[in-house]
Design a protein around this ligand. Structure first.
Ligand code: C2E
Ligand code: MG
Ligand code: MG
Ligand code: MG
Length: 300
């Protein structure tokens, strides 16, 4: 910038390095996908009932521990996998693993959950736009659910608004097919994309996940509060559940409960957990944090 305009050549080496880096990452991804079971792992972040503190669901989040690169985060490799199409295979692996884990956890906890009159544990799985557009996607979901034996309603697919933006026939037909299958559909990061409440009317959406950026400002700005409350109220009227993402402190939690937002997720309760720690929660051998003053729950 200091050198004035038209000095873009300066940036070319960096850009090139970026391309090579992406290319290499893509090749590493290829070899990892070939041995997905040993190359990738899932972590599970609890989604909690804000009023009772109960564990309602886990969001499955993919992790790639890499020998040279350390822990590669999804924000780094998912975009690469989307661009190359590798996400179709990787996404199918995530879905299968998440559903298989959940099936076994439902067996562990069903008796207790029924006694406590709680519905079976659910699992939320992220689906990228490219993955959704793949011609085989609905069949993959159908097969995965069938093979696992879980009730279809206990699987929630998290889609971003970019999927719904194209209102073409294929999107419509696939959304309807998923609806008929009985799996839940959540809009992820709601409010950050081309948000339109008409999605709620046009597609079988069961959950809105309000993006963390809205929750961040909740205790600081009346406008933010009003916005979140408004979204929660409209969703409720339409019979759509709301999950608040990225709850990090008790102020945010208390404001959300006071506005009647039913469900939340965030570091206040738990970070994404490795499988053994998720199992401990399911078994009741471990407890969630951040719930002490929640309405209707005794202080510990
Ligand atoms: P997302 O689906 O919106 O997931 C929530 C992200 O926010 C996760 O990051 C989670 O660790 C983080 N998070 C949760 N609570 C808090 C909090 O209180 N504070 C802060 N600062 N962060 C919080 P993560 O695991 O790095 O994933 C990032 C994104 O990568 C996800 O955003 C999702 O879009 C994508 N992703 C992750 N796993 C998969 C996958 O299996 N398939 C696809 N297609 N995308 C995935
Ligand atoms: Mg998500
Ligand atoms: Mg999200
Ligand atoms: Mg996100």
């Amino acid at each position: 910038k200091a050198a004035g305009k038209r000095q873009w050549r300066h940036y070319q080496p960096a850009l090139q390095a970026g391309l090579i880096e992406r290319h290499e990452l893509g090749e590493h991804l290829d070899s990892a996908i070939a041995i997905a079971d040993s190359a990738f792992a899932l972590q599970y972040q609890p989604i909690v009932d804000l009023a009772t503190g109960g564990l309602v669901a886990f969001e499955a989040l993919v992790r790639w521990p890499h020998v040279q690169r350390g822990m590669v985060l999804p924000d780094e490799f998912i975009p690469v996998a989307e661009e190359s199409g590798q996400i179709v295979q990787l996404g199918a692996w995530v879905l299968e693993r998440a559903v298989a884990d959940t099936a076994s956890w439902q067996h562990l906890s069903n008796g207790r959950r029924r006694r406590d009159q709680r519905p079976p544990l659910q699992v939320n799985v992220n689906v990228s736009a490219r993955q959704f557009r793949d011609a085989g996607f609905v069949d993959v979901v159908r097969e995965t659910v069938r093979n696992s034996g879980i009730a279809p309603g206990t699987l929630i697919l998290e889609l971003t608004e970019s999927v719904l933006m194209r209102r073409d026939e294929r999107v419509r037909a696939d959304m309807q097919a998923l609806g008929e299958l009985g799996v839940g559909i959540a809009i992820d990061d709601f409010g950050t994309g081309y948000s339109s409440l008409s999605y709620l009317r046009e597609f079988p959406i069961s959950i809105l996940k309000i993006d963390k950026s809205f929750i961040d400002g909740l205790a600081l700005s009346q406008q933010q509060y009003a916005l979140v409350e408004g979204i929660a109220r409209i969703a409720d009227t339409l019979g759509v559940q709301v999950i608040a993402e990225g709850i990090e402190n008790t102020d945010q939690r208390d404001l959300l409960t006071s506005m009647g937002c039913p469900l939340g997720q965030g570091y206040l309760f738990a970070h994404p957990l490795p499988v053994d720690r998720a199992v401990a929660l399911v078994r009741g051998d471990a407890e969630l944090a951040g719930l002490q003053t929640i309405r209707g729950r005794p202080e510990r």
